[in-house]
Structure formats: C-alpha cells, structure tokens
Design a protein around this ligand. Structure first.
Ligand code: FAD
Length: 548
C-alpha cells in the first residue's frame, strides 16, 4: 500500500479501554436508585471492574473469536463410542469464566443479587451475547430446583459458584456447574402440552427413565437440564444430568447442532433420550408450574439481554458519528442525525430502566417475600418481554445505518448485533405467547393488575401525556370484546405507559420529555429519528456517549 495514495482519514478511533458500566448513565443511576446507600459504593466498584473488562481490547477480541469460531459437535470418540460433546473455541471458555466469576449465576445467594446480576449481565453481554444463554439458564434453574431441598442441596452451590469448571464429571466432583433446559419438541414449542417424551418410573422413588427427544436444547455441554416429559400423572419436570453419580454417561445423544441466524458462539442441539435417567422435580403432572420459575427468570434475561444489545448498538452509533464528517460537519452535530441518535438513545434508556426495575422487583419478591412485587412481576414481566425484545431489532438496524456502509461490514460488529437481535423475542415464548400470557393474567389475577396500576400511578400528575395514556389504557380494558386479536396493541400500550412512568420519575427532564412527546404524546413517526425537533436532542445524545 502506498501512503501517498492511501491516507486513511475520517474513520473513527477504535472504541476500547473504556468503562462500559461507568459511562452508561441510565445504568449507573438505575443501580444506585434501587440499592441501599450502604451498598452503593461497593457495587459500583464491582460493576466498574466488569465494565472495564468489557471495554478492554482483550474481551472484545474474545467476543469476535467466539462468534467467528462456532462450536463443533463431537458425537463419537476415535474408537466409536458415543461421547456427545461439544468443542468450543478457547475464547468462549474465557467469556464464560469471566461471566461466572462476576457472579452472573450467583444472584440467588447475594444481597440485592438480582439487581447486581442484571446490571452485570447488561454490561458483560455487550461483549458477546451467545454465552449469555448458559449464564441465564444456570441462574434461572435455581428457583425450580429449590422446590426439592435434596436436589437444591446437591446442585445449588455448584450453580451459584463463582468457578467455571469445564468438562463432564459427576456434580459432586465439580467446583461449578452449568444448567440447561429442554421443553421444546418438534411438534410443539409454545404449546408444551403437546410434548411426547415419555417418563417411566424406575424402582427408586422419584427416579424415571425418559424416552423421546428435544428439538431445541441450547448449551448441551451443560452438566444437567430441567426437562419436561409425560409421566403417568401428566406433564412433569425432571432433572437430567449428563453424568451419573458413578461417573457413567447418561444417554443423551446430541443429533446435530442448529445452523442459526445469530447466537453463533452458543451451541443449540437436537437431543434424543433413550432410557435416560431422570430425577423428578416437583410433583407429577405439575411440570409447567415447576419449570415456570425458570422460564420467568430467563424472560427477565431476555429483557436485560435486549437492553444490552440496544445499548451496545447506540454506543457504536454515537461513537462512529462523533468521528465521522460529511458535507462539512461532524455527523453527530447534523440536526437530522442528532434526531436519529436521540430517538435510539431514548429507547435504549427506557429498556435499561425497565430491566433494572424488574430486577429490583425480583429482589423484593424473592429475597424479602414482597407479594406486591411478585404480583407486579407477574404482569410487568411478560409486558416487558414482549415490548423490549420487539424494539430491539428495529433499533439495532437503525443504529447500523448510522455507521453507513461500515455498519454493514462484519468488522464493525453491527451485523453480529443485528443477527442476535430477534432472538430474545423468540425464545422463552415468542411475542404472541407473551401477549396471550398478559391477557391470562389480566383475566385471572386481579392483584397483578392492581400492582401494575399502582406502579404506573406513582407518576400520575407529573406529565399530562402519561395521565392521558393511563386513562386510554383503562378505557381500552373496560371493553374486552375481541381482546385476543387486540392483545399486541394492548400490551404495547401497557409497556409504553410503564416505561413512561419510570422515565417521568427517574430520568432527566430532556429524556422524559422526548419519551412522553413521542411514545405517549403521538408526535412521532414510524421510524426512529422522528422526535419533535423542538426538544433538547443534543442533551439526550450527549448523555448516551460511551465515554464522557
Ligand atoms: C436459538 C434458539 C435456542 C433455543 N433453545 C432452547 C432450549 O434450550 N430449550 C428449549 O426448550 N427451547 C429452546 N428454544 C425453543 C424456543 O423456546 C421456541 O422456539 C419458542 O418458544 C417458540 O416455540 P416454537 O418454535 O415451537 O413455535 P410455535 O409454538 O410453533 O409458535 C410459532 C409462532 O406462533 C405463535 N403462536 C403460538 N401460539 C399462538 C396462539 N395461541 N395465538 C397466536 N399465535 C401463537 C408464536 O408466538 C410464534 O410466533 C430455542 C429456540 C431458538 C431459536
């Protein structure tokens, strides 16, 4: 290359060496808001450590390597024995070790553990989202296991350990363990009642042999899985370990790994059970009720994970446009680009603020036994899962465009974010399933709606557009005719009212104003970048900068 013909100008500096946590005002303020004063400094330090690691060139390289070198299925050893193992790139193991070490599976055993974990998850999965899947499932299995004290005693300390102990061995020999889940079958995913995997009781009380399959089983290298299967008493939840106590392998044939749109660092397998040993968790016939605790915790991670993707997309867009000039000026200062960035930043802040509110509700509900917060979660969680995950793909696509042609190129990292972005809306119940869940709660659990209204009502009187939106929501709910076909619209309304009420109370006035004028006030187009021009858009963008 000849320097005289090829001077590189007008390209951004690499964004490395920053603190992903400390620069994120919506996140730092949200964490402080939900913590008692005495914990704030130590948690800020803990998350800043993780934030600096996430901003390092080393971690970013791990993220790229893990994504570029997808896992490989090893069905047999050299002698022809089935082993059903998955080989990962070393970068995957480093990412997981860091995540486990940072307590991202340890929420249940730490003070304000859910809030700290959600913030950590939001920071660390910005590096690479795929390894968030085993972190999520391991964390989420704990409440389901707690329904059986003996199982919890054996497994919980390993799941909540800060040690990533790779490799298949009996759980007693491991310093840390990972968990997955197997619900989805070929003939039915959302409708798990269609599951055909059979469970036949063995001589020892509570143990069964499973025969059947799972069409999706992510992180199949995990140490154990919560699995749904049909027992004589109906659909039941089981713990299926990969290795039995005596060190022999439990039959668990990984047929193949899925070739997926995104989430490529993570392995998602199709598995077969043939006389596979399983231990019942909870009662026969109560499988959904038992596993729902796990599903609920992973749904929160769908919200937090989407907030992480959105934040990373906004960070990249703001960073790029801060360095790039066109038509005689820096892009970030062009009024129309500023509008796009501000609109993206507001959406990202609303997602982060809601994710943290839900995590705090988890701490109150599960840590302190707060029934109101539990009721609030019952409704707010599917509302947020529906809306925040749905907003993710359009936001990431628009952020990609802010980088121009560079954004379409792998090296920018934006295509990876875009490929990942629809997934949180799909798994743990796709959009319609969440919307229908909201309807079910509205119709059957009045305490949940009361708790929801109490939460949004806390901001009543502070913004006339929010007040009007709450009124419109109540009007819509007064007539339930055709409600199933209207469910998405209803859930959207609930979500923006909830996000609006949080921003009105907690965000700076320019962010709150931008949210209410557009999402609640009706002065908004259908694409990002259509905020009213009279708002303080520069302040909104400035708040979203990755480095201050
Ligand atoms: C990468 C990846 C990893 C996964 N990992 C796992 C895993 O580890 N373990 C596991 O158990 N599963 C896993 N899944 C499966 C995932 O949870 C399911 O794909 C998801 O829940 C949807 O189920 P389904 O694919 O059977 O779709 P279906 O149930 O067939 O649904 C198809 C569509 O119909 C909609 N729909 C369903 N019912 C209704 C209704 N009554 N009214 C209107 N619309 C409706 C849904 O919202 C969806 O849009 C994974 C999926 C992916 C993509």
């Amino acid at each position: 290359m000849n320097a005289s013909t090829h001077a590189v100008t007008n390209q951004p500096e690499p964004l490395v060496g920053h603190d992903v946590f400390a620069a994120d005002h919506a996140l730092t303020e949200g964490v402080a808001r939900h913590l008692p004063e005495g914990l704030r400094d130590s948690v800020r330090e803990e998350l800043s450590g993780l934030g600096r690691a996430a901003g390092s060139a080393q971690a970013q390289e791990w993220g790229v390597q893990a994504d570029r070198n997808p896992p490989r299925l090893l069905t047999h050893d050299r002698y022809g024995h089935r082993i059903d193992e998955v080989e990962f790139h070393p970068a995957w193991h480093r990412l997981l070790a860091k995540g486990v070490g940072a307590g991202l599976t340890a929420a249940w055993t730490r003070e304000h553990g859910h809030l700290r974990r959600a913030a950590g998850f939001l920071v660390w999965t910005q590096v690479e989202a795929g390894h968030g899947c085993p972190l999520s499932m391991t964390h989420a299995a704990v409440p389901a296991l707690r329904t059986d004290p003996a199982l919890a005693a054996a497994w919980e300390p390993k799941l909540t350990s800060l040690v990533y102990d790779q490799g298949l061995r009996p759980v007693a020999q491991k310093a840390g363990a990972l968990f997955g889940m197997g619900m989805t079958e070929k003939q039915g995913g959302s409708d798990v009642r269609a599951n055909t995997t059979r469970a036949e009781a063995l001589a020892e009380e509570g143990t069964y042999a499973l025969t059947g399959h799972k069409w999706f089983c992510s992180a199949p290298m995990s140490d154990a899985f919560l699995v749904l299967a049909q027992a004589p008493g109906g659909l039941t939840c089981f713990l299926v370990p990969r290795v039995l106590e005596d060190g022999t392998r439990n039959p668990f044939a990984i047929q193949r790994l899925k070739d997926k749109l995104g989430n490529r660092s993570n392995a998602s397998g199709e598995v077969e059970f043939a006389g596979t040993w399983a231990r019942r968790v909870g009662e026969e016939g109560r499988g959904v009720r038992t596993i729902i605790e796990m599903v609920s915790a992973t749904r929160l991670d769908c919200v937090t994970g989407s907030a992480a993707l959105m934040r990373q997309a906004v960070v990249q867009a703001v960073h790029h446009t801060s360095y790039r000039s066109a038509f005689g000026g820096v892009l970030i200062e062009k009024p129309l680009m500023r509008n796009v960035l501000a609109d993206l930043a507001v959406e990202s802040e609303a997602a982060t603020t809601l994710a943290l509110r839900l995590a705090a509700a988890y701490d109150a509900a599960y840590g302190e036994g707060d029934e109101r917060e539990r009721a609030f979660l019952r409704l707010a969680l599917p509302v947020a899962k529906y809306w925040v995950t749905k907003r993710c793909t359009p936001l990431v696509a628009e952020a990609l465009e802010c980088l121009g042609g560079n954004g379409y190129v792998e090296e920018s990292g934006m295509p990876r974010l875009l490929r990942e972005s629809p997934l949180n809306s799909l798994w743990e119940g796709a959009g319609n399933v969440q919307a229908l869940d909201v309807l079910r709660v509205l119709q059957r659990e009045p305490a949940a709606f009361d708790a929801f209204l109490r939460e949004v009502g806390r901001a009543r009187g502070a913004d006339h557009r929010l007040d009007a939106a709450i009124k419109a929501l109540l009007t819509e709910l007064a007539d339930l005719s055709g409600i199933e076909a209207r469910a998405r619209r209803l859930v959207e309304r609930m979500a923006v009212v909830l996000q609006g009420s949080l921003l009105v109370r907690f965000a700076p006035s320019y962010v709150e104003e931008a949210y209410c004028a557009s999402r609640l006030g009706g002065d908004w187009g259908t694409s990002f970048g259509t905020l009213p021009h009279t708002l303080d858009l520069a302040a909104v963008v400035d708040r979203a900068r990755p480095v201050h």
